[in-house]
Unconditional design. Structure first.
Lengths: 112, 114
């Protein structure tokens, strides 16, 4: 069993839809949870960061962490064609380290 | 401010050869890490350097090695290349201080092994 599981999709939605992306993990030692976005032929870029359990909102994006269920989610409201990218969840055991464990990524296409 | 720069962007090698990839972090960033990205395994951590010292190493064979120089620039080397080493190799840097989970990635070096 991989430490972090993420449905690879692909996921195709119409513009304006609400998108839900999810990851599950097996190791309860993870404390830091991130969502990265990767456009084609680019490196990943940080979208959201959450420490421990809870919700975090930033504009159209909401990240949720449920440590009791070992489950994290990213919601995108009013999705736009510019949101078309691969979304990667990532987790870390220790703050200050660049060692992240990534999910395989979900490829999202938002159709105009 | 310039981002993370990786060279070369594309390269083709044959089995048994070795390759060296270079990474220049964002100015002021002293922590550098390397990741391998493949369609089958996704992004996998290779190693992390801070102040020329390796802080963490991923689960890769000894053919994969790296180093960091005093100016924070980093190189990784893969010896005795295998077909399975074909991948996008990403370098990332970060600012040491308050942890935000943010790594700044370069655009990667795409290695094809024939």
């Amino acid at each position: 069993q991989k430490e972090v599981e993420q449905d690879p999709g692909p996921l195709s939605v119409p513009e304006g839809a609400i998108v839900s992306l999810n990851c599950t993990y097996s190791n309860s030692a993870f404390q830091y949870f991130m969502w990265y976005r990767q456009y084609s032929r680019k490196g990943p870029e940080l979208l959201m960061y959450t420490y421990s359990s809870g919700n975090k909102e930033d504009g159209r994006f909401t990240a949720q962490v449920d440590k009791s269920s070992k489950y994290i989610s990213l919601f995108i409201r009013d999705s736009q064609p510019s949101d078309s990218a691969t979304y990667l969840c990532a987790m870390s055991y220790q703050g200050g380290s660049e060692k992240l464990v990534f999910g395989k990524g979900t490829k999202l296409t938002v159709n105009p | 401010k310039a981002g993370v720069t990786q060279t070369p962007r594309y390269l083709i090698k044959t089995r048994g050869q070795q390759v060296t990839l270079s990474c220049s972090p964002i100015s002021g960033h002293r922590s550098v890490s390397w990741y391998q990205q493949t369609p089958g395994q996704g992004l996998q951590f290779l190693f992390e350097y801070f102040s020329e010292t390796q802080r963490n190493k991923g689960n890769f064979p000894g053919r994969f090695s790296g180093r960091q120089f005093s100016n924070s620039r980093s190189e990784m080397n893969v010896s005795t290349l295998e077909l399975g080493d074909s991948a996008l190799y990403l370098c990332a840097s970060s600012l040491v201080g308050q942890y935000t989970g943010e790594l700044f990635f370069g655009e990667g070096s795409r290695l094809t092994v024939l």
